[in-house]
Design a protein around this ligand. Sequence first.
Ligand SMILES: Nc1ncnc2c1ncn2[C@@H]1O[C@H](COP(=O)(O)OP(=O)(O)O)[C@@H](O)[C@H]1O
Ligand SMILES: Nc1ccn([C@@H]2O[C@H](COP(=O)(O)OP(=O)(O)O)[C@@H](O)[C@H]2O)c(=O)n1
Ligand SMILES: [Mg+2]
Length: 242
Amino acid sequence: MLRRTIASLKSSISLHITEEASIHNAYHCRTFTTQSPLHLREKDRICPKHIDSVITFVLGGPGSGKGTQCAKIVETFGFKHLSAGDLLRKEIVSDSEYGSMILDTIREGKIVPSEVTVKLILRELESGDNHKFLIDGFPRSEENRIAFEHITGSEPNFVLFFDCPEEEMVKRVLSRNQGRIDDNIDTIKKRLKVFESLNLPVIDYYAKKGKLHRINAVGTEDEIFEQVRPVFAACEKKATIT
Ligand SMILES: Nc1ncnc2c1ncn2[C@@H]1O[C@H](COP(=O)(O)OP(=O)(O)O)[C@@H](O)[C@H]1O
Ligand SMILES: Nc1ccn([C@@H]2O[C@H](COP(=O)(O)OP(=O)(O)O)[C@@H](O)[C@H]2O)c(=O)n1
Ligand SMILES: [Mg+2]
């Protein structure tokens, strides 16, 4: 099914998804018509495998501590961690057709086209048996968000936002020491601008939908996790009750 999904995505997703039949091969079940912000008349579909999934988006500026807190959530609550940035970096070294485009985009602090990123995320959602996912660093733009919703037919159960002052983010990124091509002051400045102009609207969108959990990202890693823990504990409790 995964191969079919990827094949159909390759041919159909330039944000003008018209090949309903090919997507329908991979996604059947509930369908209804929606009018999207991109004015696409779409069938919203839910992948059978995702019906019972818990999907959490983890947002925040560069260096706000998303990856660090995701590791703690994985350890404590057994989620599978999908970092959009890591998936894109793996794609660069895997000789993929998109590698050089992704490298250039990351070096410039810009956002990789949604069809590429969503495809990589979908591949991970489809693999393995875990049904609880943390999708870290995604969606980073309204285009990312809309593409995910259209392609998977799903929305996140909830969204974490690590709210961190810029100075602190810059300090953390500059001392991250992971050899990343985008962890330099020039690219960080660009990433912060992109965060403000493209990612904040997504955060606002989920706040308005009542799905956003804002976390104060200043403090020790453990202090921050104590704000994160109740969000997931409540989610576990709800799953036990229902
Ligand atoms: N609460 C914290 N206080 C200080 N440094 C932190 C904290 N959380 C993470 N870091 C460090 O900041 C850097 C960026 O964290 P990371 O989790 O990679 O952020 P993001 O994924 O949001 O870019 C890393 O070097 C990490 O060890
Ligand atoms: N949804 C995404 C996520 C990351 N990216 C790219 O990957 C880079 C690194 O993302 P990341 O999530 O690993 O970065 P951090 O916020 O963890 O520092 C971003 O600056 C973008 O260039 C993207 O294009 N689209
Ligand atoms: Mg990260």
